[in-house]
Design a protein around this ligand. Sequence first.
Ligand SMILES: Cc1cc2nc3c(=O)[nH]c(=O)nc-3n(C[C@H](O)[C@H](O)[C@H](O)COP(=O)(O)O)c2cc1C
Length: 397
Amino acid sequence: MANLEVDFCGVRFKNPLAAASAEPTLNAANMKKCIDAGAGAVIAKTMTDSPEMRELTTKAKWRFLNEKHEVCQGRVPRMFSLYSRSGLAIEQPEDFIKEIRETIRYADKHQAVVIGSVGSIEEQGWVDLSRQMEDAGVPLLELNFGCPHPKLMPGVRTGMNVGQDFDYACGITRAVCESVQIPVIIKVTPQVTDLVAFSGLLKEAGAAAVTLTNRFIGFVPDIETGQPFIYGQAGIGGPWTKPLTLRWINEVRQAFKNELFITGTNGAYDWRDIVQFIMSGAHIVQMCSAVMAYGYDWLGRQVKGLEKFMDDKGYRSIDQMLGIASDAAMPYSDMPFEKARVNPELCTNCGRCLKVCFSDGMQAGDEATYVLAEKCVGCGGCLSVCPVQGAVVIEKV
Ligand SMILES: Cc1cc2nc3c(=O)[nH]c(=O)nc-3n(C[C@H](O)[C@H](O)[C@H](O)COP(=O)(O)O)c2cc1C
């Protein structure tokens, strides 16, 4: 049977799935439900000294949108978007810390890890909140430099407003890392140009890990009313963001393998995605939107799915999958030349491949489509639209 345990920054996780910092981890009661469902860890809703960010959560709004970006009615589909306006933890830090302590006591009995998350509006505030979290007993701390909402709140300098100012962010990271003993994880915004350079700077400032990444800001009008959903711009994410997140995990893994731990968030929907995050280089995978769409039990189902996948494939440990796809990725310059070949026995001559061939490599024949080798560049568009498995193959030349 596969061993799902992970060593993340020196802390043992029973499995790599964490409930991300958000409404499913809003308080002790919610975090206990994530733990009961089987999550290896919970990342508490971000504790803050910002009154605006606390108040925002008391009037939070969100909509699950379908592929057409209409509000879902009933079933939330696989490729949904979660369009939301929400702040940070509602309680004042001194009250929220009680929720943390209660959750740690519960988590200890279930071999789950409680990770603290903080977000301040001043440099000293980051240090103070971090110390409070450490005193409460969390083994790991996440600094939320990625929350998109402060960008839409003039004067509130936290979350993404910090994550977009590398100097300020590194100064905070250094100050916090010098003030606490526990490993510090930095959760970044994807709305910057270079997360590899930033990750390197954060590592030098003392960070043990990066969380790649928080969500984007979007804008979605309702064409029936001419009004934007939930009053205007909002945070947006969902399973469709996964490749964008994995791109950064891939690059940070390649740049800092064995030097920086990575936790992945923004786009993990189910156990298949967890596998893809791990194969890209994430030690721990965080999940939020899918839990908000389908409930706490979703977490446990994904842990079981991951275990079954590993058993079926013969992976005995998470380590055996960690970063294998990133390590196999090659630059454009190393790609081989390839060409398509049609198997006339299987080709039904449906003509779909002809419509998606832009090099005239695919040619219509009487009985079967055939390949004009001197024209074909081996792009593989034909392979993707061919309805018969094996009728088109792509081969190295
Ligand atoms: C309603 C909502 C509230 C969130 N609150 C926080 C928060 O307090 N702190 C934080 O670091 N991230 C917060 N996030 C971001 C999530 O932790 C997570 O990183 C993000 O949703 C991407 O993961 P997903 O694709 O699994 O949803 C929030 C997200 C949503 C949708």
